[in-house]
Design a protein. Sequence first.
Length: 187
Amino acid sequence: MTGDANRAAGPVGRREGRPVQPDVGQPSTLATGHLLAMAARMVEHAWAAQLAQHGVTMAGLMVLHSLQDGALTQRQVAERCGVTDQTTSRTVDRLTRDGLVRRTRGRRDRRAVHVTLTPEGQAVYEATLALAADERPLLGLAVDVPALRAQLLAIVAHHSEGAAAGAVARPGVGGAAGDGRAAPTAG
């Protein structure tokens, strides 16, 4: 498949408008990182479909979440969401068009753009919280969701600390010879 065709197909491909599940043969033989990436893509697609039923994207939900404590400048929204000003601008454009947020110019600095959640935006945000209250349909009934969340938070914290220190994760470092897994840590 060419690069253009691959991009058009999406992260896991599309057939008749539905995500196509990858054919991985024996998933139990894949490296943990590969399984985690595959599961993340599948859950991401399922979560995006649930959010779409409420008229919001994952990026839009991040903006709505960032505004829960009150109005922010568009730059502050970008910083809280960990994205560029340009990405935030496009997302806020859509949310404004859909009536979920409102933009106003700063009183002191007319260059500053303040973003405020509307009552409609708050309602959409609360509806997504209801979706998140029971994640078993998204993750599967056999998953211990609290344990999974704790492990994912630990992974994120580990890599966030490494990124802050300028470290670059390398496959296989610290694991058994060439198996691509990190060595267990004490504690």
